[in-house]
Design a protein around this ligand. Structure first.
Ligand code: TYD
Length: 203
């Protein structure tokens, strides 16, 4: 007998929006429900994709190269991690996915929307997240939360991050059924409480 396909949940937001803490909380809630959870991230999620991530976060490159490498890493994450888990009935929590390519590479860098659509249709024509949680926060607040040495994206100017934030909100508006927009300016514990409640029953 084949297992029912698991759920594919993605998490998005500008850098510093506080995704990681909340992914942890959701992971815990789902496990208490007896659900098998696999956590992954993009760029990354497989040994090769993690190598691509290192290059993406550090080496200077053209926007086109950046976009293609994001999708190369995505192909790997899908092949090695996401699809096998979903096929086995596990739920996948993915820290960023293709919405990030629209937000960062299209809205942020100015790459044409339709080229990203083309890559999306090439790499995963058959797969969309079942749910996308967007942590929305003004970029100046998010920037204050960033810790450690900033990567190539975090070093971008405020205008870039503002375009990314606006882009995410636009995507959420375009596909309001798939998106859950969370006001990420609230204290982390309040957000966790809301998410715990939702994920105790979300199916
Ligand atoms: P992230 O894992 O959120 O960084 P951190 O470990 O610092 O929390 O994401 C890495 C960066 O990659 C982030 O700045 C957004 C960027 N990104 C894109 O530009 N396009 C994409 O398609 C993806 C998946 C990420």
């Amino acid at each position: 007998m084949r297992a029912e396909r698991g759920r594919f949940i993605t998490f998005e937001g500008v850098d510093g929006a506080g995704k990681s803490t909340q992914i942890e909380v959701i992971d815990e809630v789902l496990r208490t429900r007896g659900i098998e959870v696999v956590r992954t991230r993009e760029p990354g999620g497989s040994p090769t994709a993690e190598k691509i991530r290192r290059i993406l976060l550090s080496d200077p490159m053209s926007p086109k190269c950046e976009l293609l490498m994001m999708f190369a890493a995505r192909q790997e994450n899908l092949d090695k991690t996401v699809r096998p888990a979903l096929a086995a009935g596990k739920w996948v929590l993915c820290d960023r996915f293709t919405d990030a390519s629209y937000a960062y590479q299209a809205f942020g860098r100015g790459m044409p929307f339709k080229e990203i659509r083309l890559l999306e249709n090439f790499v995963h024509p058959d797969l969309k997240p079942d749910l996308t949680v967007l942590f929305d926060i003004p970029t100046e607040v998010a920037a204050r939360r960033l810790q450690g040495e900033p990567d190539r994206f975090e070093r971008e100017k405020k205008e870039f991050h503002d375009r990314v934030r606006k882009g995410y909100l636009k995507l959420a508006e375009m596909e309001s059924d798939r998106f859950l927009v969370v006001d990420a300016t609230r204290p982390a514990e309040d957000i966790s409480k809301e998410l715990r409640k939702i994920f105790l029953s979300w199916n």
